[in-house]
Ligand binder design. Sequence first.
Ligand code: GLU
Length: 359
Amino acid sequence: MAMKAGFSTLLLLIFISFSFSSKASQIIEDQQELPRVMILATGGTIAGVGASAIGADYKAGQKPIEDLLNAVPEIHDVAQVEGEQIANIGSQNMDITTWLKLSKRINEIFENDEADGVVVTHGTDTMEETAYFLSLTVQYDKPVVLVGAMRAFTAISQDGNRNLLDAVIVAASKKSEKVGTVVAMDSQIFTARDVDKTNTLRTSAFRSRNFGPIGTVFDGKVDYYYTSLRKPSHHFDVRDQVTLPEVDILYGYAGSRPDAVGFSLKFGARGIVYAGVGNGNFNDGVKEALIAAAQEGVVICRASRIGAGKVTLHNEVDDAKYKFVVSDDLSPQKARILLMLALTETDDPTAIQELIFTN
Ligand code: GLU
């Protein structure tokens, strides 16, 4: 009898401990439902390999995504991460074909619910351009976080590992659910529209000169302080595009020659962004060449080489008379992207100006 009672107590204990442990493992499983982040790698210094750890001599776009992920195992504590190699290039070689491929893939990832957020590893030289292109062509407001490094993967005190971890934290954060495309570099978060690379060498190379960062990622935590009300009003559908209309950027300086305008026309430009002096100005010779180009149906956008402030209509130039448009506060390289995309839909300067003022 005593033996029988002892046996039932044992069974009861086994049952209690089993149901407790299955509950515990259920709780742990729930906690393990980490957000899903897809990392699309394109190369850059973050994947760069140097001749030595201390020298400045290196080649961008060498290491594959697997090596980048293996170097930061902590990433797997924040998200369920998958990596895909889209390209492995220095971002000075970024081009329209790769932009289209990247944009199509990101749209597909969100359409098929393959991830909650996307991180794009990228060279810093043209990161702001890719970010702006994606902000205008990805049809979802889910997080797309661009990240890179100023020091090669193999350099002493390299910044890539930390930046990559931070970017995944931003993409995985609940707070980023509707943030759209941003750049996360050196603990700061910037909107794609407002960010520029502003230093050729320093790790704190990125700034939004007109409006500042919108948030920070520090110590594993994301904090947003501002939201931009200037989110894209129009998303361009480039899913069927294989290329984009040709738009050149010409640079203004004291004594700049008008011949460059003719060169652009000869090689098929449908638009010209003129990175003028001051508030988008140019000398009389360039002005005549631009007027002639506009009369041939080429869309002329006055931008500025200054890097901050904005270019305004009808100050020293009669834009309405010549059918010129202005870049607002977009840098010449971002105005070019918007103009290329706009030209896929219209070449009416008034409609294009409206797109510039609202995107
Ligand atoms: N030119 C390289 C690139 O853009 C170096 C810049 C960088 O990644 O920091 O990929």
